[in-house]
Design a protein around this ligand. Structure first.
Ligand SMILES: Cc1cc2nc3c(=O)[nH]c(=O)nc-3n(C[C@H](O)[C@H](O)[C@H](O)COP(=O)(O)O)c2cc1C
Length: 334
C-alpha cells in the first residue's frame, strides 16, 4: 500500500525512502553528509536531551546542527516531561526549521530509562501520549514523527496499540525498530511485528532492524508493507548501502563487492575531511587519530584489510591518509 503524508513529501506513489538511522556519537553532521552523498534520502540527528537544549548546553545545540543539503532532516529529542519536551521542540523548530521533529521512544540505555525517557516510556504509555500531545500542540507548523521499539519486553509488546494512538494524536510517521527494550541489540529484529504495525495504521511506517543489503531491503519492503526503511549499524562500515539498495531495487547489481578499493579509500578520506571540518575548530586539533573508530569499519572487505587497519593506526593527518591510499592502490597494481 502506498501511503501519502502531505507534509512528508518523500513518501508517496513510487517512493521508497531510505533513512539513515540516528546513532549517538556516530551519525553527526559529517557522517550524515557522507551518507547523503551515497544516496540516503532522509536523515535524523542523534537523540538530544530536551533538558540540555533548554539549559542552552552548547554540545546539545551542536548536535542539532545540519546543513541544507542534508534535508529532509529531522531533529530527534528525548525526555519524559511533557512541558520541557514541548518547549525544547518549539525552540528547535524556531531556531533551525527541521523538516520534522522526531521523538525517541526507543533508547534502551539505563541512564535514559531511569528518567522514564526513551524506551522507558513504553512501560508508561499514558505519559508517552502526554509527551506527544504536548509536543504536537507546541509545534503546529512542523510535522511530528516518532521512533520506537516493539515494547519493553516480549510479555508487553505495545507497538501496534501505541502506533494507532500516535496516529490519532496527529503523529505523521512512525519508525519501528523490531526489538524490545529487553533485547537491546541482541537477537533478530522481528519484522512480523513491524508488518502488524504497518497493517494497523494509515500513516507511513518506517521499518528498522538488521537491513544489511539490497536483497533484504526488497524483501522487507515487499513482505512487511512498510513505506520506508531505516538503516543503522550496517551503514557505519558500508555507507554505500543506500546506493546499493537503490541499485538492487532497480534490478542492477548492488553487492558490496561492487564497491572497489579506490571508492572505499575515497569515502574514508572524505569522511576524515568532513569530520575535521565539523569538529576541528571546536576541538582545536587537526589530527585524524581520534576518528579512527569511524574509519576502521569502512576497511572491512578491502583486500588486505588487516594491513590497512595497521597502516591507518599510524596516520596522523589527512595527508598521511592520502599517502597510505596511494601506496595501497599502487600495491594492488604490482
Ligand atoms: C551506537 C548506536 C547509537 C544509537 N543511537 C540512537 C539514537 O540516538 N536515537 C535512536 O532513535 N536510535 C539510536 N540507535 C538505534 C538505531 O537508530 C537503530 O534503531 C538500531 O541500530 C537498529 O537498526 P540497525 O539494525 O539497522 O542497526 C542507536 C544504535 C546504535 C548502534
Amino acid at each position: 500500500m502506498t501511503r501519502t503524508a502531505p507534509r512528508l513529501p518523500w513518501f508517496g506513489p513510487g517512493r521508497r525512502p531510505l533513512y539513515l538511522a540516528p546513532m549517538a556519537k556516530r551519525t553527526d553532521v559529517a557522517f550524515r553528509q557522507l551518507c547523503k552523498e551515497q544516496g540516503a534520502d532522509v536523515m535524523v540527528t542523534e537523540f538530544i536531551q530536551s533538558e540540555a537544549l533548554l539549559r542552552d548546553n552548547a554540545k546539545a545545540w551542536d548536535m542539532v546542527d545540519f546543513t541544507e543539503t542534508q534535508r529532509p532532516m529531522g531533529v530527534q529529542i528525548f525526555g519524559a516531561t511533557p512541558a520541557s519536551m514541548a518547549r525544547a521542540a518549539r525552540e528547535v523548530c524556531d531556531r533551525v526549521f527541521p523538516d520534522f521533529l522526531d521523538l525517541n521512544f526507543g533508547c534502551p540505555a539505563h541512564k535514559v530509562i531511569e528518567q522514564n525517557a526513551g524506551s522507558g516510556l513504553l512501560r508508561c504509555t499514558p505519559l508517552l501520549f502526554d509527551v506527544v500531545k504536548a509536543v504536537k500542540d507546541a509545534i503546529p507548523g512542523t510535522p511530528l514523527t516518532a521512533k520506537m521499539r516493539l515494547g519493553w519486553d516480549h510479555a508487553s509488546i505495545v507497538a501496534v496499540d501505541v502506533a494507532g494512538r500516535l496516529e490519532e494524536l496527529g503523529v505523521e510517521a512512525v519508525t519501528v525498530h523490531g526489538r524490545t527494550r529487553e533485547q537491546g541489540y541482541s537477537g533478530d529484529a522481528d519484522w512480523g511485528w513491524i508488518a502488524q504495525v504497518a497493517a494497523a495504521v494509515k500513516i507511513p511506517v518506517i521499518g528498522n532492524g538488521d537491513v544489511r543489503d539490497g536483497g533484504t531491503a526488497i524483501r522487507r519492503f515487499d513482505e512487511s508493507g512498510v513505506s520506508g526503511l531505516m538503516i543503522g549499524r550496517a551503514a557505519l562500515g558500508d555507507p554505500w548501502i543506500f546506493a546499493r539498495i537503490k541499485a538492487a531495487m532497480q534490478g542492477r547489481p548492488g553487492d558490496l563487492a561492487s564497491v572497489g578499493p579506490a571508492e572505499r579509500w575515497a569515502c574514508m578520506i572524505r569522511l576524515a575531511e568532513l569530520t575535521l571540518e565539523a569538529h576541528a575548530a571546536r576541538l582545536g586539533r587537526r589530527d585524524v587519530r581520534w576518528m579512527l573508530d569511524r574509519l576502521l569499519p569502512m576497511t572491512q572487505g578491502l583486500p588486505g584489510s588487516r594491513k590497512v587497519r595497521d597502516r591507518l593506526r599510524h596516520c596522523l593527518t589527512v595527508d598521511d591518509l592520502l599517502r597510505a591510499r596511494d601506496e595501497y592502490l599502487l600495491g594492488l597494481t604490482h
